[in-house]
Design a protein around this ligand. Structure first.
Ligand SMILES: [Zn+2]
Ligand SMILES: [Zn+2]
Ligand SMILES: [Zn+2]
Length: 252
């Protein structure tokens, strides 16, 4: 388990066309233990494999924000379909996307809206929340990756120290093995420690640059995809409104 082993993330897009998740499907090679782990089992895996780090927590937070994103999309998709089919809309927790309060909604303040207008209200209303959860999800994903590498490097150094301390202890003596404070390591050992640390730092810098770049690319990719989907919805409802301009919104 070299500290500078490559850190590979396999982004695999396997989304369904009608409900793409904000993040592409992710299969991750756990770099802490070098095994391939299914996305669905990753939290559980890290809780065992990286229990002495914050990686499992970071990953849980990532999934939490992602669930929020999926929820936002789920409601938009559902109501878009209902608008297309002319069925009553279903509001999350009964809260109208348009009306400022429940009373206004009961008084049918949104009734005059066209299908397209209601869709646009949904998109505008959720945009800020969507952006926030997206940013947070990416931030926690990055942190998870950095935490995993950091743990791996820490463990490698620990093992290294254990090894050299083992080599330097005299099994016939009752004296405890020396520790860093009590005894100087030989110059060659010091040089090796420094070189491990240098490699670790380089590897960490590379990873940071890499995840930041991937993160930016993923953001652009996902937003583009989302925009295209919304444009399709807008185009379709524009036509629907033109074909049947007397349509009235209804709520379940
Ligand atoms: Zn592992
Ligand atoms: Zn309303
Ligand atoms: Zn939210």
């Amino acid at each position: 388990m070299a500290p500078n082993a490559s850190f590979s993330f396999d982004y695999r897009v396997t989304h369904l066309e009608e409900q793409p998740p904000p993040f592409p499907q992710l299969t991750i090679e756990c770099e802490v233990c070098d095994t391939f782990v299914d996305r669905a089992e990753l939290v559980e895996h890290l809780e065992a494999c990286a229990h002495d780090s914050s990686a499992p927590y970071m990953l849980k937070m990532m999934f939490l924000h992602q669930a929020k994103l999926e929820n936002i999309e789920k409601w938009i998709d559902l109501n878009y379909k209902l608008l297309c089919d002319g069925h009553p809309l279903q509001l999350p927790k009964g809260i109208c996307y348009h009306c400022p309060n429940p009373e206004d909604h009961r008084n049918e303040r949104c009734k005059h809206l066209t299908r397209l207008e209601y869709l646009q209200t949904m998109l505008t209303k959720t945009e800020e929340d969507y952006q926030w959860h997206f940013t947070e999800a990416q931030r926690f994903l990055t942190k998870t990756q950095i935490e995993m590498l950091s743990l791996k490097q820490r463990r490698y150094l620990d093992d290294y120290f254990k090894k050299i301390e083992g080599e330097n202890s005299d099994p016939t003596s009752n004296e405890p093995a020396f520790t860093a404070e009590e005894k100087e390591y030989p110059a060659s050992t010091c040089a090796e420690i420094r070189s491990i640390e240098r490699r670790n730092n380089e590897k960490m810098r590379d990873l940071q640059e890499d995840v930041e770049r991937k993160s930016r690319e993923n953001y652009i990719f996902q937003m583009e995809k989302r925009r295209n989907r919304h444009e399709e919805m807008i185009d379709y409802l524009t036509i629907k409104d033109r074909v049947s301009p007397d349509f009235e919104l209804e709520f379940a």
